[in-house]
Design a binder for this molecule. Sequence first.
Ligand SMILES: Cc1cc2nc3c(=O)[nH]c(=O)nc-3n(C[C@H](O)[C@H](O)[C@H](O)COP(=O)(O)OP(=O)(O)OC[C@H]3O[C@@H](n4cnc5c(N)ncnc54)[C@H](O)[C@@H]3O)c2cc1C
Ligand code: FES
Length: 282
Amino acid sequence: METNPYIPYPVTIDRVVVENEARDIKTFRLIFHNAQDRKGFDFKVGQFAELSLLGFGESPIGIASSPLDRDYVEFTVKRYPAGVVTNELHNAELGRPMGIRGPMGNGYPIEKMKGKNIVIISGGFAVTTLRAAIRYLLHPDIRSSVKDITVIYGARTPGELCYKEEFTDWSKRKDVAVTLTVDNEAQGWRGRVGFVPTVVADVKPSPRDAICLICGPPVMLKYTIPELTKLGFKPEDTYLSFEMRMKCGIGKCGRCNIGPKYVCIDGPVFSLAEVADMPAEY
Ligand SMILES: Cc1cc2nc3c(=O)[nH]c(=O)nc-3n(C[C@H](O)[C@H](O)[C@H](O)COP(=O)(O)OP(=O)(O)OC[C@H]3O[C@@H](n4cnc5c(N)ncnc54)[C@H](O)[C@@H]3O)c2cc1C
Ligand code: FES
């Protein structure tokens, strides 16, 4: 029987992790009331879902956990000062019931990534779905399906880096090359200092046989993409994820279009080659 895409699965908040010093970014682990629903919520890395709180509305949020984390799903959410849903979510206690609709969108090109070198570049808390991608690619059942993995991740300060413990663990592994950077020198910081585009130019990830996934604030993308182009990354092999105001998430309301594309169903992941064909304001 076909399920109604407007009806959310019931879930409960099972765990909350404060990700940053400013305490306005938290990761929420959600458990499905019905274990079968988790099976129905069969997602790919890079997809998103609509999270809802009764009486407050719903918001599209990227899925931050791996599809292979089979018992739960995680979302990392920033509290917007005037944001109705994100504020209520940040105030929510463990055990709070909520809803989840999805999965939605296309996700990262996992099939195309097989057998390739993978370069992942991120800045700030836009790292959420890329964290899902790294968790997935480093899973023992998946790791051998791709070749070298290079990760470059930056934040303004050490206190603003998300998923600190995981990144520390990944930095110690031999099967992934992780570079962490912060904008300015900070007490106790032993990683790189410098903006993401400068570090990309310095690390020089190889474009040979590579797929690049990149997510970050507009200013980071503006200066990093030319560095990738200089290094030789092809537009059709470089992917980024878009955020737009959305309503239905399933291509019905027309709220999220960029030219002829709906970000909710044609995206949110687009190659730079596709972006080049979009109207100039994007
Ligand atoms: C595909 C996709 C994935 C996303 N993934 C994440 C994620 O992983 N984590 C996360 O925290 N957020 C993510 N977002 C953004 C998130 O959906 C919005 O921040 C959220 O909907 C705000 O809801 P709200 O009810 O708190 O704010 P609202 O009450 O709807 O808005 C309050 C105010 O904040 C402004 N505002 C709201 N959202 C944004 C925005 N995105 N950019 C600028 N101003 C905004 C509004 O203009 C308004 O003035 C994603 C969005 C999309 C489309
Ligand atoms: S959000 Fe309704 S069409 Fe995309």
